[in-house]
Design a protein around this ligand. Structure first.
Ligand code: PMP
Ligand code: GLN
Length: 385
C-alpha cells in the first residue's frame, strides 16, 4: 500500500469519523438493531423507481442544467408557494443539490469570508462547524438548554456582532426533535432586521411535524424569506436518503452566489432521478401524509418504551426520539451507547456528539424511521435494560 511521504497539516485537525458512521458500523459488527444513524429501513414506493427507469430508458442520461431540470425546479417552486406562500422564481431562485449536506456546505462556502462569524445552536448537526471552519469562519456556538432545548433570544442578541455573516438554524431539529415556533421566527426576523446577516435554514424535516403543529419555514413571511437560504432534502421526505438529492430556495442575490460555488463543486445532480422526482411531487399527498405516517411510528415506539427504564423526552418533529437513561446508568452517554449496542443489541446516538465541549445531558437519540417489527424488537430489548 502506498503511503504519503510527508507530514500533513490537516485543515480539520479535530475531526474524525462522524458519530453516525461510527455507530452504524458498531451496530453492524454486533448484529444490533440500528436505531442510531437516521434512515428508514423500509422502501419507497415502486412508482418512484419506475419513473427513474422510465427516464433512463427514454434517454435522459446526460448532464442536467446546472440549477436542476426545469420540471423539478417548477414543481419545487409550486410546492413552496403552496405551503409557505412565497413565490420563488424556478429559473433563478431554486437549485437542486446533491442532498442537504452539500447544500449547507455550498451555502457556507459561497457566503462566509475568513474571519466572519457564524452563529449555530448546539446540539448542532455535525456538518455545520467543519463547513464554517474550512472557509476560515469563526463558529459562534449558543447552547440550547436541556430538557426542552429552547433558544435563548437574549443570548442570540448578545452574540450578534458586526462580524456576524450568517446564522444557521434547523427546525424541526435534529437531534432534539423540537420545533421553533412562529414566535421564535419572529424574534429571529426582528434581530436580523436591518443587517446583512444571511440565515441558512435547514428544513430537511419540514414535513415531519406532529400533533397538529405547523412547520414554521423561513420561506413563510417576506422578512426572513428575503435573507434566507432554505435547505430541503428529498431523502427524508421520500425515504431515499441514499439517493442524496435535495434543493435550496433563496432570493436571487443569494442564489447567484450559491450557484457560483455549486457549479464547481457539483455542477449538476443526476438527471433521471430529478425527472422522476418531478413526476412524484405532482401528488402532494406524498409529502402531506408524512407527518401522520411518522407520528404513528413515534407513538408506537414511545408505547414500546413504556415499562422500560428509559425516559423519553417530547418529540414534536423529525424521526428522532431522545431519551434519558439516568435510571439505568450514570455512565457518560458515549460509553452508555457503546455498551447498549454491544450488550443489549440496540444502537443509538449519544447527544454529546453534537456539542463541541462534549456537554453530556445523559440523553441519547433513537431513530424511529423503522418498520413496526424493527421497533417492536428494539423495544423488547430496551425494556430489559
Ligand atoms: N441536516 C440535518 C439536520 C440532517 O439530519 C441531515 C441528515 N439526516 C442533513 C442535514 C443531511 O441531509 P442529506 O442526507 O440530504 O444530505
Ligand atoms: N442525518 C443523519 C442522522 O442524523 C445521518 C446522516 C449521515 O450519516 N451523515 O442520523
Amino acid at each position: 500500500m502506498p503511503s504519503f511521504p510527508a507530514p500533513i497539516e490537516s485543515r480539520l485537525p479535530n475531526v474524525g469519523t462522524t458519530i453516525f458512521t461510527v455507530m452504524s458500523r458498531l451496530a453492524q459488527e454486533c448484529g444490533a438493531i440500528n436505531l442510531s444513524q437516521g434512515f428508514p429501513d423500509f422502501n419507497a414506493e415502486d412508482l418512484l423507481f419506475e419513473r427513474v427507469a422510465h427516464w433512463m430508458r427514454a434517454g435522459h442520461n446526460q448532464y442536467a442544467p446546472m440549477g436542476g431540470v426545469a420540471p423539478l425546479r417548477e414543481a419545487i417552486a409550486r410546492k413552496v408557494a403552496d405551503l409557505y406562500g412565497t413565490a420563488y422564481d424556478p429559473d433563478s431562485e431554486v437549485t437542486v443539490t446533491a442532498g442537504a449536506t452539500q447544500a449547507l456546505f455550498t451555502a457556507v462556502a459561497a457566503l462566509v469570508h475568513p474571519g466572519d462569524e457564524v452563529i449555530v445552536f448546539e446540539p448542532v448537526y455535525d456538518s455545520y462547524a467543519p463547513a464554517i471552519e474550512l472557509q476560515g469562519g469563526r463558529v459562534v456556538r449558543l447552547q440550547l438548554a436541556a430538557p426542552d432545548y429552547r433558544p435563548d433570544w437574549d443570548a442570540v442578541a448578545a452574540a450578534i456582532t458586526p462580524r456576524t455573516r450568517m446564522i444557521m438554524i434547523n427546525s424541526p431539529h435534529n437531534p432534539t426533535a423540537t420545533l421553533w415556533s412562529a414566535d421564535d421566527f419572529a424574534r429571529l426576523a426582528a434581530l436580523t432586521h436591518g443587517t446583512g446577516i444571511v440565515v441558512v435554514s435547514d428544513e430537511v424535516y419540514e414535513h415531519i411535524v406532529f400533533d397538529g403543529r405547523r412547520h414554521e419555514s423561513c420561506a413563510r413571511g417576506p422578512e426572513l424569506a428575503a435573507r434566507s437560504i432554505v435547505v430541503s432534502s428529498f431523502g427524508k421526505t421520500y425515504h431515499i436518503t441514499g439517493w442524496k438529492v435535495g434543493y435550496v430556495v433563496a432570493p436571487r442575490e443569494l442564489m447567484t452566489e450559491f450557484r457560483k460555488v455549486h457549479q464547481f463543486n457539483v455542477f449538476t445532480v443526476n438527471t433521471p432521478v430529478q425527472l422522476a422526482l418531478a413526476d412524484y411531487m405532482a401528488d402532494a399527498s406524498r409529502h402531506a401524509g408524512l407527518a401522520a405516517f411518522y407520528q404513528a411510528k413515534r407513538d408506537f415506539f414511545r408505547a414500546g418504551l413504556e415499562g422500560s427504564r428509559f425516559e423519553p423526552l417530547a418529540s414534536h418533529g423529525t424521526y428522532f426520539q431522545l431519551a434519558r437513561y439516568d435510571r439505568i446508568s450514570d455512565e457518560p452517554d458515549t460509553a452508555f451507547v457503546h455498551r447498549l449496542t454491544r450488550e443489549s443489541g440496540v444502537a443509538a446516538i449519544p447527544v454529546s456528539a453534537f456539542f463541541a465541549d462534549g456537554r453530556d445531558d445523559r440523553v441519547i437519540r433513537f431513530c424511529f424511521a423503522k418498520n413496526e417489527a424493527t421497533l417492536a424488537a428494539a423495544c423488547e430489548r430496551l425494556r430489559r435494560v
